[in-house]
Design a protein around this ligand. Structure first.
Ligand code: HEC
Length: 142
């Protein structure tokens, strides 16, 4: 009995360390990312990344794609953290000329730490199931 108890306490401790060691559940960074997102991104991507309320897969009359939702219902979680960082830093031009991206570049305004806080915030918006799938594929340092 006692042995069992010790084993389960040890297991719980390992799981707890595992969760925080992944680095995603960083409350201070998420809070900072939330503020930065509201100030810089929500105007296009919607409050909490819900998107602008139009189909993000359909080009608008001007031949450009609308800003996609970032809350896990579109593609954001298919991209590793370093690519998300690049998209935020370089904006739509990083997709290449033919794509005609128009998201502004934030590299001058938001430093690496700011961008990392925003990415942690975005991750926190995703449904748990998607977070798990993402964390299986990618580490924060990827
Ligand atoms: C002026 C509107 C606008 C603003 C402001 C904006 N974005 Fe975007 N964003 C877009 C558009 C449009 C796209 C699609 C690519 C393109 O056409 O440039 C996009 C794409 C993205 C993507 C890729 C999504 C995917 O599913 O592949 C991410 C991530 C992203 N934006 C994050 C941000 C963050 C974080 C901010 C704030 C720092 C921000 N955006 C500010 C318009 C905007």
């Amino acid at each position: 009995m006692r042995k069992h108890w010790i084993r389960s306490v040890t297991l719980t401790a390992i799981l707890a360390v595992g969760a925080s060691a992944s680095g995603w559940d960083d409350a201070a960074a998420i809070a900072k990312g939330k503020k930065l997102f509201a100030a810089n991104c929500a105007a296009c991507h919607g409050v909490e990344g819900v998107g602008p309320g139009v189909d993000w897969r359909k080009k608008t009359a001007d031949g450009r794609f609308p800003p996609p939702p970032l809350n896990g219902t579109a593609h954001t979680w298919h991209h590793q953290p370093s690519l998300l960082d690049r998209i935020i830093a370089e904006g739509g031009k990083m997709y290449g000329k033919s794509y005609n991206g128009w998201m502004p570049a934030f590299g001058d305004k938001l430093n690496k730490e700011d961008r990392s806080a925003i990415i942690k915030y975005l991750h926190s918006l995703w449904p748990e199931e998607i977070q798990k799938r993402y964390d299986k594929h990618f580490k924060l340092s990827d």
